[in-house]
Design a binder for this molecule. Structure first.
Ligand SMILES: Cc1ncc(COP(=O)(O)O)c(C=O)c1O
Length: 342
């Protein structure tokens, strides 16, 4: 392992306990596997038709189907928005998932300090696109929807982890029906990767006002979203109650892990997703050294030092519950706190 600027899945390769990737624990749910098995023959035999999935997603969020753009994972939304909007002065609110930096090179970084609360006054007045995560990866902070709306210009809000927030009080997926903001289109990016633990399926969507949604939809390559992905997207939207046990488990595991870690290191309060942002003791090994050492224990963690605004000792730890978290806490105590990194 050579650096910290890699996605969690690279750290996770070959590890027994994966606390680096932040998809939900337990793999794809049984109902999803059964559904795919049942639908696979039909799904493979015809070109994908997005109609039913778009209608179901629109219904779930109280939008019109023409405001829905199916995506080959939320990552495709970043690429589309950058290409179609071609903003002159984009701004990215950090710390934040790094895909925005990749598709918007040269964007202004708005780096929030602890406790990483959104501060619209820090965004340059001439920014014509603002990218913000809600809840944010890697801080776990949930911003108020009113604060996101108050940014007042075109906003890309990455809600890839919003499904983990019970009741989703701060989502903007439903559009501006509460009328608590002014000005600017809001593009809401959603992913099924995290909540359903399906990173290989590649399925997400965005929600935007109809004219903008049409431009973004038409900019995709043909058949961007495969038919099995559409089957899953439709079912997840029609049955949000099926997500509830995943959400509840993630909450329980995260709270227990955060509580256990507090004896060892600083744990940041962001508590809206399935991971914990922590800061290793300053007199111990840094995050990269520690992550490399933990691989000897079969444990993968995500050094967070490469996220703008975080330092050499920040780590993002996905809560897995039970024995896996117990092994993590024990190994951290040994290697991070007692100072035996190797
Ligand atoms: C905040 C955030 N947004 C989007 C993505 C990409 O999700 P998808 O797998 O749907 O492309 C990730 C994946 O790491 C993420 O962490």
């Amino acid at each position: 392992m050579t650096g910290g600027d890699v996605h969690g899945d690279v750290w996770a390769r070959g590890a027994r306990d994966d606390h680096a990737v932040n998809v939900a624990t337990g793999g794809p749910p049984d109902w999803l596997r059964a559904l795919l098995r049942r639908e696979l023959d039909d799904a493979l035999a015809a070109y994908p038709d997005e109609t039913a999935a778009a209608e179901a997603i629109a219904f779930r969020h109280g939008r019109d189907p023409d405001e829905v753009v199916l995506l080959n994972g939320a990552a495709q939304g970043y690429a589309l928005v950058a290409r179609v909007l071609a903003p002159r002065r984009p701004a990215i609110v950090h710390p934040q998932f790094m895909e925005a930096e990749r598709v918007l090179p040269g964007a202004t970084r708005v780096v929030l300090g602890e406790p990483f609360a959104l501060d619209g006054a820090r965004v340059p007045t001439d920014a014509d696109l603002v990218v913000v995560g809600n809840p944010t990866n890697p801080t776990g902070v949930l911003h108020r929807r009113a604060d996101v709306r108050a940014l007042g210009r075109t906003v890309l809000v990455d809600e890839a982890f919003m499904d983990f927030v019970p009741g989703e009080p701060e989502t903007l997926a439903g559009g501006d029906r509460h009328g608590d903001g002014a000005g600017g289109d809001v593009i809401v990016l959603r992913s099924l990767t995290k909540i359903l633990a399906v990173p290989g399926l590649r399925v997400g969507y965005l929600l935007a006002p109809p004219a903008l949604a049409r431009r973004l939809r038409n900019a995709r390559p043909a058949w961007s979203v495969n038919a099995p992905a559409l089957v899953v997207a439709r079912a997840a939207a029609l049955h949000p109650e099926r997500l509830a046990p995943i959400v509840e488990r993630a909450r329980r595991d995260r709270e227990a892990l955060a509580a256990a870690l507090r004896d060892l290191m600083k744990v940041h309060p962001g508590a809206a997703a399935n991971f914990v942002l922590a800061e290793l003791p300053g007199d111990g090994p840094d995050a990269l050294t520690l992550a490399t050492a933990l691989r000897q224990d079969g444990i993968a963690i995500r050094p967070a030092s490469t996220f703008p605004g975080l330092g050499s000792h920040h780590v993002r730890l996905t809560a897995r519950g039970g024995a896996a978290d117990a092994r993590l806490v024990q190994a951290l105590g040994r290697r991070a706190v007692q100072g035996t990194p190797a």
